[in-house]
Design a protein. Structure first.
Length: 401
């Protein structure tokens, strides 16, 4: 599996992310062309600089000064206008959604009413859209990141002077391990926080990578005590052949009857979900609700989301990739006193397989014979054990009867 790891020892920002991606091998022309297609009065260029004595790539974004305060629908329209792939547009929107949701919580207003102040300016749009394109073109299966230093001291923003981390940054970094901030400056911006928390599946030490490339993205400022650089490691991790990557889709609901939720999970499974389940949660204003979770392959995402939007009242769906480690599996059938029962064998390499009878077959047989479901399960397990004993005998093994 190919992994990208953000080493945020000096924090993370949009321009640092862009520089690290290009320095790691992403074609800068693809990013420049994607940004130009947005039709915004601004452009990005890349230059080699030194930070703390180390060579790095700096993404230099040039835009005119403006006073526009954009809403979510403005941002969405700008992204849709660009010549980005569907995956790149989706990632850019998810990063902006992360920012918008944080701002909405901080200011206590609905997402639709949020003004994207600094993060809605042209330079921030370029940072986020360019990063979305670069993250997609990097071609990794998974992103991880180190603990994140938010910075210390204070900054002056649209709402006046405030202590670091900025309120939106702090909100975005909830649940993320923070690192000590040794320098008096904003080390992690809201844009950088939104990018890394949108794509990173794990925060912790550098994994056991076979490193292929290291990208160094320069921050704008030169700092005296350490290099103001974001490092991006790109490499591979050897996984068992029985591992793969799928997608988790999630949405929170608090205004639907249980029958509708149950019907929705049924339709999701019928449409090819690998799994669909419901978790009780506590939502805002102390309302009890449920989280509907769907596990599916990449190709099934549109179908799953179409069902969720059609059957429920949700206004948005979270999605993120997850890795699975699966047992080797094989379908088997066993003959019992209640008829043929299908089941699955599951095993790790060099381990004895375990047999799991299919519920539908067992339930049907139990109803037909008017016996307890457990009796059919026991009969199926006994039939499989007897078949294994006979197979070993045929292979010339000594088996205790």
């Amino acid at each position: 599996m190919r992994v990208g790891y953000f080493d945020c020892f000096s924090g993370i920002s949009g321009d640092m992310t862009l520089g690290a991606l290009v320095d790691a091998g992403v074609d800068r022309r693809a990013i420049e062309q994607a940004i130009a297609s947005l039709g915004l009065p601004g452009e990005v260029s890349f230059e080699t600089v030194k930070r703390g004595g180390f060579r790095a790539t700096h993404a230099r974004v040039v835009t005119p000064h403006e006073h526009a305060h954009r809403h979510w629908h403005h941002i969405e329209a700008i992204i849709d206008k660009g010549s980005l792939s569907p995956r790149q547009k989706d990632l850019a929107k998810r990063i902006f959604m992360k920012l918008g949701e944080a701002e909405a919580r901080v200011h206590g207003v609905d997402l639709s009413k949020i003004h994207f102040h600094e993060v809605g300016a042209v330079d921030s749009i370029i940072d986020i859209v360019g990063s979305a394109v670069g993250l997609d073109l990097l071609g990794v299966d998974r992103f991880e990141a180190s603990a994140v230093p938010p910075g210390r001291g204070s900054i002056t923003a649209a709402h006046g002077r405030m202590a670091l981390p900025a309120p939106a940054t702090a909100e975005i970094l909830k649940g993320v391990p923070l690192a000590e901030s040794p320098i008096e400056m904003e080390m992690t911006t809201p844009t950088g926080a939104a990018i890394v928390t949108t794509v990173a599946e794990r925060f912790g030490p550098l994994p056991a990578l076979t490193v292929e490339a290291i990208g160094l993205g320069a921050g704008t400022r030169e700092t005296a005590d350490q290099a103001n650089i974001l490092r991006l490691f790109v490499g591979t991790i050897d996984l068992p052949a029985s591992s793969d990557r799928v997608w988790m889709l999630e949405t929170n609901l608090d205004d639907l009857p249980g029958e509708v939720v149950g019907y929705t999970t049924l339709k999701l499974m019928e449409a090819g979900a690998l799994d669909a389940f419901v978790t009780p949660i506590q939502m805002k204003k102390n309302r009890p609700g449920v989280m509907v979770s769907v596990l599916c392959d990449d190709a099934k995402i549109p179908a799953m989301e179409e069902i969720l939007f059609r059957e429920t009242t949700t206004l948005g769906i979270r999605r993120y990739p997850v890795s699975r480690h699966k047992l080797n599996r094989r379908n088997v059938e066993v003959d019992t006193a209640f008829g043929m029962i299908r089941g699955k064998l599951g095993w790790l390499e060099n381990r004895i397989p375990t047999f799991s009878p299919e519920y539908d077959d067992c339930a049907r047989a139990a109803s037909a014979a008017s016996v307890a479901l457990r009796e059919v399960y026991d009969a199926a397990h006994a039939a499989y054990a007897e078949r294994q004993r006979q197979e070993r005998e045929q292979a010339g093994e000594t088996v205790a009867k």
